[in-house]
Design a protein around this ligand. Sequence first.
Ligand SMILES: O=C(O)c1ccccc1NCC(=O)[C@H](O)[C@H](O)COP(=O)(O)O
Length: 260
Amino acid sequence: MNILDKIVADKRIEVDLRKSLIPVKQLEQSVLFERNTISLADKLKNSQTGIIAEHKRRSPSKSVINQNLNVFDVAKGYEDAGVCGMSILTDGKYFGGSLDDLLTARASCNLPLLRKEFIIDEYQLLEAKAYGADVILLIAAILTREEIKQFSEFAKSLNLDVLLEVHNEEELHKSIMPSLDMLGVNNRNLKTFDVSLDTSKGLSELIPNDFVKVSESGISNMEAIKELQPYGYKGFLIGENFMKTDNAGESAKQFIKGLL
Ligand SMILES: O=C(O)c1ccccc1NCC(=O)[C@H](O)[C@H](O)COP(=O)(O)O
């Protein structure tokens, strides 16, 4: 079994347990459920830099990145740095994250927040909304076209933006539909962990212009952004490069300074 299949198998067990612990009604009664969400897609369209900065403690490809940073400070630092949005990994087992991280970030900043998760059930979208997210991620590699349609339409009914992530042409063709806002190309192969910006470059011309294009993973310098911008990318998701430092916000600030 590859790592992605393993993550999804574990996620199914986790989501079933969560559903039995916290009923849908309770999520819908969260004060955050009624909050007006902020569109990340709109922010990216109007940005010169397009940075989406991630909170990421560890990962299957790198094990430990940084366990010492405080998500409240990281969110504030990213906001002060002028990023367009923040991504928060909420998976516990493989990334050391949690829904509490999302809630803490919500309390700390007014950025559009992306719940970075392995979404396999509508219930996780209700959780995203109840804990303060503005955007959800759908990963084409783990979903059927019908599931992508069902989850993206449900997310839109909750006023959440949808970022659909692909890694190859087949996933892209399977996924294109009007209920998506952003098309993300993951430069990391989630089965082998190989990273190449050529993935974003190669798929760019196949993405219709109606979607905001986002390049994800393996971006570690300004040159990479300059290389990707001519391919139409407006968003750049960066995790490890900021999180491996002692001050993720300051690192993002210097990065953005260099881009302007
Ligand atoms: O990062 C991983 O090792 C990973 C493994 C399996 C599934 C997902 C994974 N990462 C999620 C992400 O998409 C990245 O955290 C995000 O794009 C930022 O990447 P990076 O800038 O390379 O930290």
